[in-house]
Design a protein around this ligand. Structure first.
Ligand SMILES: [Zn+2]
Length: 289
């Protein structure tokens, strides 16, 4: 598993250097919680925290040089969005943002196929155990110039969000199988299989059919009446099987372990009562054409 991930002690931000260097995609993960902390307004505990988040959001926009911020709110169902030029124009108009650059637009989506636009913008995801898959093409397809961003937890993998996103991208932009096979995914910190489990009851409910059980079998381990799930492993396996994508860069960081060091956020730790409820921010800067 190739790892190319830097944690900058000074800024408290982490990033994938080669994603920026080789693909021009500025990217930041709010890593150190004493410098960044919870990045969701909706989970702010005080008015002061809300104001602080606003300031930090502005800071991230300056770093990615973005004029607009599209913030993914992630519904439980697999929700896919194509951010093409008409859609971006519509979102900006609809929110009356044209006159107020620097504002945020909420988009309801677990995955976004984002075209470069005349104005640089950023996509923000707020995970707390889930992975964010940032997909770039090693060779630019004829009809698409942009990036694919997917919020991937176990529910989304179970719903085949990863497969459906690339099918949608292929259908929208006439991408060939050979185009798709040239995707490379950067995978942000997520909860590793040693720390992510679901109860036997939930697993049995989900794997109610033999075909589903077979699909999951290689990526679950049964221990102490629980199923430990490698949802990222499953997603990578299926991306390779369906599209021949085998180029993944990971962070080597588990959110559950990092959360014990006051870095990132882990929903599992929150449920156990040892971390407040929060999210960190994964910021993907989509530069202008
Ligand atoms: Zn772990």
């Amino acid at each position: 598993m190739p790892v190319d991930f830097v944690i900058d002690k000074t800024t408290g931000l982490a990033f994938f250097p080669s994603l920026e260097k080789n693909f021009g995609i500025k990217n930041f993960i709010t890593y150190n919680n004493s410098k960044w902390g919870n990045m969701a307004y909706s989970l702010a505990e005080t008015e002061a925290e809300k104001q602080r988040i606003k300031r930090l959001d502005r800071k991230l926009m300056r770093l990615t040089a973005a004029k607009y911020s599209f913030v993914m709110t992630t519904p439980p169902e697999a929700t896919l969005l194509v951010l093409d030029k008409p859609q971006i124009n519509y979102l900006l108009k609809d929110s009356r943002l044209e006159k107020t650059p620097g504002r945020e637009v909420l988009i309801r989506a677990n995955s976004v196929i984002a075209e470069r636009f005349k104005i640089p913008y950023q996509i923000v995801v707020g995970p707390a155990d889930c992975a964010v898959f940032i997909g770039v093409f090693k060779k630019q397809p004829a009809n698409f110039n942009g990036v694919v961003v997917m919020h991937i937890g176990f529910p989304q993998v179970y719903q085949r969000l990863h497969i459906r996103t690339l099918e949608l991208a292929a259908a929208t932009y006439n991408l060939t199988p050979s185009d798709l096979s040239l995707l490379k995914f950067y995978i942000t910190p997520y909860i590793c299989p040693r720390h992510y489990s679901i109860s036997k009851k939930v697993f049995d409910y989900l794997a109610y059919e033999a075909t589903i059980r077979r699909r999951l079998a290689r990526f679950v381990e049964y221990k102490n009446n629980k199923y430990f799930v490698d949802f990222v492993g499953l997603a990578k396996f299926e991306l390779e099987k369906s599209f021949g994508i085998a180029d993944f860069v990971e962070s080597g960081v588990c959110t559950y372990e990092a959360a014990a060091q006051n870095a990132l956020f882990s929903y599992t730790r929150y449920k156990e009562g040892s971390q407040r409820k929060g999210v960190f921010a994964v910021v993907v800067g989509v530069g202008s054409k």
